[in-house]
Design a binder for this molecule. Structure first.
Ligand SMILES: NC(=O)c1ccc[n+]([C@@H]2O[C@H](COP(=O)([O-])OP(=O)(O)OC[C@H]3O[C@@H](n4cnc5c(N)ncnc54)[C@H](OP(=O)(O)O)[C@@H]3O)[C@@H](O)[C@H]2O)c1
Length: 346
């Protein structure tokens, strides 16, 4: 294997670069050097990249307490493309392989013509998928899989509440929960109701008309994608002793240790920040857990298998040319995407 990119790999590339934390005007398209992989990394010619709320949260500086980037930095957290160079110690992949990945959180870099991916974070793209559809899977798919399988341990016959079922994570979560044997209740507006039903949701609560807590109770677990009032309602929707996992609420001490591998400082900070939420969860007799998903090539291979088997259908809201990424990001930030928004590279 060779770390040397092929002679057709240029020295510079178009990338979506964050200049300073702040509004949409702080990120722009510009030429930057093509990155060089180390011995355990892959250099990918990016064909498509998925957009996620974490992209604009990073841009705004919302996540600085967890991850502070040295700016300027190339944005973007998930991609699909072809390998153009492999480090000397890469054993599972070859130049030319079609792969997809949630890239390393500390580096990002997916919104570019070339990007670095750790070998352990990549997986071969499902044979049935094009690059744009494959790029829609990693971050949202891994989040849903890790929350439902590892945190909620969803099993046959359980009743699971998933808030916000029509978005990027929700469309995966409904299908994975159904695959694990659960009955699923979700919330959606009339804009997303048909979609979530088509994906298998057994009960759909129109959140524009009624509160889920007024019609749902006794559930075996909840996966919250919204935070705020909906998260607090989930405490009353699940039965005594059940777990509410959120990816949109407030991190708690386990988030710092288990998901981020951080020490007592961040654990203490999250302990204070989540104090009243955890107290309310305790008052309802339920467990509260905030999950930060992690990149995983092994879990992505499992998602690829489920997609190839027809268990998971990837829902793509829209595909935009990379040159229009500012508009695509504005659309995502409006909060009404149905499934995933993707950009394709020139
Ligand atoms: N911690 C982690 O590791 C992690 C990982 C992934 C995602 N997240 C977070 O999880 C959240 C969801 O991510 P996503 O990618 O699924 O977002 P998304 O795709 O932007 O979600 C948009 C969807 O949410 C629906 N929605 C908005 N308000 C709603 C409400 N009150 N009730 C029900 N549905 C509502 C919208 O439907 P309508 O248009 O019908 O309103 C839309 O279909 C974000 O905050 C994201 O940052 C965290």
């Amino acid at each position: 294997m060779s770390t040397t990119p092929s002679t057709t790999t240029p020295h510079s590339m178009l990338a979506f670069v964050l200049k300073a934390y702040g509004g949409a005007e702080q990120a722009c398209l510009e030429q930057v050097p093509v990155p060089v992989p180390n011995a355990r990394q892959l250099l990918i010619r990016v064909r498509a990249a998925g957009l996620n709320p974490v992209d604009f949260k990073i841009r705004r500086g919302d996540l600085k307490i967890v991850q502070r980037y040295q700016l300027p930095a190339v944005l973007g957290n998930e991609l699909a493309g072809e390998i153009v160079a492999c480090g000397d110690q890469v054993h599972r992949f070859h130049i030319g392989d079609r792969v997809f990945a949630r890239v390393a959180k500390e580096r990002m870099g997916a919104f570019a013509q070339f990007a670095i991916v750790e070998e352990d974070h990549a997986a071969v793209i499902p044979a049935s998928l094009d690059f744009a559809t494959a790029a829609a899977i990693p971050l949202a798919g891994l989040t849903a899989l890790q929350a439902l399988r590892d945190e909620l341990r969803v099993g046959k016959g359980q009743r699971i509440f998933i808030s916000g079922g029509a978005g990027g994570v929700g469309t995966f979560a409904i299908q994975i929960a159904k695959h694990l044997g659960a009955q699923v209740a979700t919330t959606a507006s009339p804009r997303g109701a048909a979609l979530v039903r088509q994906l298998g949701a057994d009960i759909v609560v129109d959140y524009t008309q009624e509160k889920p807590v007024s019609v749902l109770s006794g559930f075996d677990g909840a996966f919250d994608l919204l935070g705020g009032d909906t998260l607090e309602q989930a405490f009353s929707i699940v039965r005594l002793g059940a777990t509410v996992v959120t990816v949109a609420g407030i991190p708690e001490p386990q988030t710092a240790s288990k998901d981020l591998g951080r020490g007592l400082g961040l654990q203490a900070l999250f302990w204070f920040a989540s104090f009243s939420l955890r107290r309310r969860a305790r008052q309802h007799g339920v467990h509260y857990r905030y999950l930060f998903m992690h990149p995983s090539g092994a879990d992505l291979s499992e998602l690829a298998r489920l997609v190839d088997a027809g268990v998971i259908k990837v829902i793509v809201d829209s595909v935009h040319p990379f040159e229009s990424i500012i508009d695509a990001m504005a659309k995502l930030e409006s909060g009404h995407a149905k499934g995933k928004i993707v950009v394709t590279m020139p």
